[in-house]
Design a protein. Sequence first.
Length: 255
Amino acid sequence: MMSLTLLGTGAAGGIPLYGCDCRDCVQARAEPELGREPCSALLEWDGHRLLIDGGLMDLHRRFPAGSLSGILLTHFHVDHVQGLFHLRWGKAASIRVWCPDDPLGCADLLKHPGCLDFHPTMAHGRSWRLGGLAITPLALAHSRPTLGYLFEYDGRRLAYLTDTLGLPAQTETLLQSLPTLDVLVIDCSFPPGSQGRNHNSLDQVVAIGKTLSPGRIILTHVGHDFHGWLRQHQLPDGIRAGWDNMRIPLAEGNE
C-alpha cells in the first residue's frame, strides 16, 4: 500500500502568523497541532520512505540517519529547503536528493551539500522508478523552476502539485491522459475571489478539478486568510482541506 502523510500544509508564513492575534493564530499558539508548518509530505510504500521537500526545521529529529530512502524537492524557495541547511552537516551516510535543475539553488546549499547528494537532472514527463514506485516530474507555474510529481504504485495514482498558479498545458495534458487519478494534492493558498500570485486560489483549484476529474482533491500550502475562510465556509464536494499530519492511504478498493 502507498500512503502520503502531509507533514506541513502551510504557506511560507505558516499558522500562527508572526505578530498576528487573530482567532486562528491565538488558537494555534495555544494548541500547536491546529497550526500549519511549512508545506511538506512523506510518501511511504513497501518499506520505503521518501521525504517531499525539506522545509521543516526538525528533520534531524524526525528522521534518524538511515530512515529515509531519499528526499524529493519541488523547488529551492527557502520555506521548502530550510531544514536541509542543518541536516547537511550530519555524519550520516549520503542521502540522495532529487530536485529541479535550478543552478541558483538556495544560498550555498548546492555548493556545500555535506551529506546531501543532489541530483538536479529531472525534467517534465521523464519517469523513473524507486523501489517499485513510478515517479513522473510535472512542470508547474511558479517564480522558480518548480516540479510537481505523479506517483504510481500498485495500480494507484497520486499527484502532488505545490507550488503553482494554475497548471502548464503540458502538465494538464499528461494528467488528463491517465486512466484514473485517485488523489490530487494541490496548492491552494488563497480564498475564492482572490487574485493569486504564484499560488492558486480556490477558484483555480475548482477549475483544475473540473478538467482533471480526480477521485479526491486535498488542499495544501494553505495561506493565513484562506485558513480563516475554511473555518467559516464549506468546500465544494470532492475537495477537502489538508491538515498537518493528515495521512492519505491509497490501496486497492479505498475511495
